[in-house]
Design a binder for this molecule. Structure first.
Ligand code: APR
Ligand code: ZN
Length: 248
């Protein structure tokens, strides 16, 4: 596969590499991506289902979608791509993973240093009183209660700790991600269309500093021409090969 050897050479030489991942790294775990022909945003309107201002007006629209997609998230398992990234961290080539995903699959695969830029779907928080509870416990109420009510204040503005459009990213996550990008000696971008900001600033910062950029993606991205190497294809197949060739 074109570029695999060069990608592995750059990964093998890295001691403070960073992996920056998007929905594509979880596609082979059965979780749909957002864009592309089968993308979520083709089926659901991102304004009505993932924008804060709309959610505050009518939270039921978000929860209807979340209720039907919950079983996919609950059953999803890490794929060989997630495990390869955890192994590359263990082997000392990666300092950590910065992900836009909220599916917890990097955690399940054993990644130790994980920055969840867009939050996580594990916890649900009340915007009115601040109370929080596990997302799994809300699912039980969704059959009879739509939108679900906060168990503490009874409000209807409880939402997963996932960053909606129009919401700012967790400041600590941004600071940590930018810190990693500033220090890294390799930026390995996997499964992202790199079109959403400020998240996409992370790989950009590394590239602007001159850290080598390796992109593993099954379609072209806006950063391809800045990359030292692009490996076109599925991350679940490519990352284990990179790990193997990098001596892992
Ligand atoms: N292997 C490698 N790349 C893949 C695979 C795969 N198996 N499957 C899909 N891809 C690529 C697609 O070609 C696409 O370029 O992964 C990318 C996924 O892009 P998006 O669906 O836009 O996902 P992402 O980049 O993570 O979106 C960023 O947008 O909607 C918001 O908050 C949401 O975190 C998300 C953000
Ligand atoms: Zn509340």
């Amino acid at each position: 596969m074109e570029g695999l050897g060069e990608a592995a050479r750059l990964v093998r030489a890295a001691r403070r590499g960073v992996a920056f991942t998007g929905a594509g790294v979880s596609a082979e775990s059965g979780i749909r991506t957002f864009r592309g022909e089968n993308g979520l945003w083709k089926q659901y309107d991102p304004v009505k289902t993932a924008t804060l201002s709309y959610f505050l007006k009518d939270p039921a629209v978000y929860w209807m979608v979340s209720r039907e997609r919950w079983h996919t998230y609950r059953e999803a398992q890490p794929n060989p791509g997630h495990y390869a990234l955890a192994a590359l961290e263990e082997l000392g080539h990666l300092a950590g993973v910065v992900t836009q995903n909220t599916d917890s699959l990097h955690l399940k695969a054993g990644s130790q240093r994980l920055v969840e830029l867009h939050g996580n779907g594990r916890t649900v928080r009340c915007l009115d009183c601040g109370a929080s509870e596990p997302r799994s416990e809300v699912q039980a109420r969704l059959e009879s209660e739509l939108p679900p009510h906060c168990r503490t204040c009874g409000g209807i503005h409880i939402k997963p700790a996932v960053v909606f459009f129009g919401e700012s990213l967790p400041p600590a996550a941004i600071t940590e991600a930018m810190g990693l990008a500033r220090e890294c000696d390799l930026m390995l971008v996997v499964g992202s269309s790199l079109g959403v900001f400020p998240a996409a600033e992370v790989p950009l910062l590394a590239a602007e500093r001159g850290a080598p950029l390796v992109i593993v993606n099954d379609e072209p991205t806006p950063l391809d021409e800045l990359a030292a190497v692009v490996v076109r294809g599925r991350s679940g197949e490519i990352l284990p090969q990179i790990q193997l060739l990098a001596g892992g």
